[in-house]
Design a protein around this ligand. Structure first.
Ligand code: PDD
Length: 283
């Protein structure tokens, strides 16, 4: 069963609850997280909660609950939903107050949905997906997981309309930042590269897990900026996110990456990542 939660109450997910003057939908004034649940366990939940706390603090929102309380709400919602495989979305906004750019003195709002996890086709993992390059038109604080996703949404839709799965965002000087809802990795001469953590990208939880796996497997990795040319000449390219995990990108703007098939390092990282969530959940 799908579950909704708003400010202290579990509700029917389709129930209309938000007052017009809620700052999330008027200003995009809030932050969010997406957590995947495997076999009833929210994967890497503590990491997601810490990132939520950081994002909220960066935009000066006080969380209405402690992280411990948020965890309890999540676990209660999950058992209510009876879903074993799920996707949990939760957001915190600056609250409900008459529209005014200045911060209101009201408590922050916390809302959550729990739904069956989105299905990513097996074929995408076996054959890889295609991506397109797109100008990164976002603001300068992309390390905050803010509700303001307009440039991401537009780039993703444009990519989809042209038959691509993801848009890879590119700076004015032709460096890769990340995907519209993913981090980007490339493999060249058995070394793994990914964009360094600056305010230009989201510090992906899956990204961090992949780097930890690489370290364990003694795959040399570099958190280094790389250009579109470097990406096009790569041996392997893949994207990471909570929802898609690790997905091979086998062509970019109709140019094949290497032989156009998922590469061995991508496959071994994916295998190790799957083992990680099969073995552990809530800590
Ligand atoms: N998106 N970069 C951006 C811009 C993202 O929106 C996301 C995640 C990621 C990957 O982060 P993580 O590995 O922590 O999921 C990178 C989520 C899934 C979303 O908006 O649905």
């Amino acid at each position: 069963m799908e579950i909704g939660f708003i400010n202290g109450e579990f509700i029917d997910i389709n129930k209309a609850v938000l007052p017009i003057d809620e700052r999330g939908h008027q200003f995009g004034d809030g932050v969010y997280e997406v957590v995947k649940v495997y076999d009833s366990s929210p994967f890497l939940l503590d990491e997601h909660l810490l990132r939520l706390e950081k994002s909220a603090s960066e935009i000066r929102i006080n969380l209405p609950y402690t992280l411990h309380e948020v965890k309890k709400i999540i676990m209660d919602g999950l058992s209510l939903s009876q879903l074993q495989e799920a996707e949990i979305y939760f957001q915190v906004t600056r609250g409900i107050a008459t529209r005014n750019h200045l911060f209101p003195k009201v408590p922050a709002s916390f809302t959550m949905t729990i739904r069956p996890a989105r299905i990513v086709l097996k074929q995408y993992y076996n054959d890889g997906i295609s991506a397109t390059l797109s100008n990164d038109e976002r603001w300068t604080n992309c390390h905050i997981k803010s509700l303001n996703l307009l440039p991401n949404v537009i780039a993703k839709q444009k990519a989809f309309d042209s038959g691509y799965f993801e848009a890879i965002l590119v700076t004015k000087d032709a460096y890769i930042t990340e995907g519209t809802s993913s981090n980007i990795f490339v493999v060249k001469n058995n070394k793994l590269y990914t964009t360094p953590l600056t305010c230009n990208i989201l510090p992906g939880i899956t990204r961090a897990a992949v780097l930890a796996i690489a370290k364990e497997k003694q795959i040399i990795f570099k958190e280094e900026s790389f250009s579109t040319t470097f990406l096009m000449d790569a041996d392997e390219v893949f994207m990471t996110s909570t929802s898609v995990e690790i997905l091979p990108i086998c062509s970019v703007d109709h140019n094949l990456i290497s032989n156009g098939k998922p590469g061995p390092i991508t496959k071994s990282l994916y295998e190790a990542y799957s083992q990680l969530y099969s073995l552990k959940g809530v800590k």
